[in-house]
Design a protein around this ligand. Structure first.
Ligand SMILES: Nc1nc2c(c(=O)[nH]1)N[C@H]1C(S)=C(S)[C@@H](COP(=O)(O)O)O[C@H]1N2
Ligand SMILES: [Mo]
Length: 311
């Protein structure tokens, strides 16, 4: 297993000495590469969980804004399957087993395939991507994800010419997850060109380590120019389709959540403004940026579309 070289280590990643030593011990015991280490890690209880670092290269697509505290990123979460309070996922998501885990990539593709999660970890070089995450609830964070572009996975399965959309289906286990609120499983969707966009990331880690369950382990989507709910957690199926797929929040409240859900300060949520946001850890409000600040890279995807209609 490789550990970040000192130059790659962000100040926010510096860990207490005791933790570091435990980690080193663990690495020595496991005597294995990253992937085997990751697999092992998920089988270990409690304290040892803090120990899996992912080797990644910094991405030129990262924002340079200050990171949100790691504690906030891993304890202030939306993952409704584990409860609707922000603290519930960190409390309850440990009940989900993330090994073994397979991701089915199917539908309108030349080479449908069932990937083991450990295969996916080796599919493409892992990058550290620091992105803003803007929730529809008008809070935001700056998060150092570790992952690879969704496009790398889609290219493997060779989308057919008839494929226009990508549907994401997430894990649902009624034995450990809540039964009410929305129609489970949580599903999301992107247009194929959005899915192929270089900013669209499949994240396997955060803050240099394997994703904690509450952040969507072992694999979650991150689409930085869309509201946070588009970034489906704990994905089990990726399906290419011809028709626009139904999405969980759109089915729940179609007048409030559209298919596109691009961050747009000019389009109000029916019950509150989207013009401002509060960065977690700050008190002041900031103006929300069009496409969450990624307009230069993504505005062309929506040329000619009425974004008030296609919200
Ligand atoms: N499966 C699933 N994915 C989900 C959600 C959820 O409830 N279930 N919540 C979404 C919402 S509303 C947000 S803001 C982000 C939050 O991601 P984070 O907890 O890693 O910050 O996850 C998204 N992905
Ligand atoms: Mo959200």
């Amino acid at each position: 297993m490789l550990i970040h070289k000192p130059a790659d280590v962000l100040p926010s990643e510096i860990t207490p000495r005791s933790l570091f030593e435990r980690r080193r011990d663990f690495l020595a015991r496991s005597g294995a590469g990253l992937v085997a280490g990751a697999a092992l890690w998920h089988g270990l209880p409690g304290a040892a969980r803090a120990s899996t670092r992912l080797q990644s290269v910094p991405s030129a697509l990262s924002t340079t804004e200050p990171l949100t505290e790691r504690d906030a990123v891993t304890t202030y979460n939306n993952f409704y399957e584990f409860g609707t309070d922000k603290a519930d996922p960190a409390r309850n998501a440990h009940k989900m087993a993330v090994r073994p885990w397979t991701v089915n990539v199917e539908g309108l593709v030349g080479k449908p395939r069932r990937f083991d999660i450990d295969e996916l970890l080796r599919l493409a070089p892992l990058e550290e991507r620091i992105y803003r995450l803007r929730c529809v609830e008008a809070w935001s964070m700056v998060v150092p994800w570790v992952g690879f572009p969704l496009a790398a996975l889609l290219k493997e399965v060779e989308p057919l010419g008839s494929a226009k959309y990508v549907e994401f289906v997430t894990h649902y286990d009624p034995k450990i997850m809540i039964r009410d609120v929305i129609d489970w499983p949580y599903t999301e969707g992107l247009r194929l060109d959005e899915a192929m966009h270089p900013l669209t990331l499949l994240a396997v880690g955060v803050y240099g380590e394997v994703l904690p369950n509450q952040n969507g382990a072992p694999l979650r989507l991150v689409v930085p120019w869309k509201y946070g709910f588009k970034s489906a957690k704990s994905i089990v199926t990726i399906r290419l389709t011809e028709k626009e797929p139904a999405t969980a929040w759109n089915k729940f409240a179609p007048q409030e959540y559209g298919f596109y859900s691009n961050v747009n300060p000019q389009v109000r949520h029916p019950r509150w403004t989207q013009a401002t946001e509060r960065r977690i850890g700050e008190l002041r409000k900031r103006p929300t940026q069009m496409f969450n600040g990624y307009a230069d890279q993504v505005a062309s995807l929506y040329q000619g579309m009425d974004l008030k209609k296609f919200y």
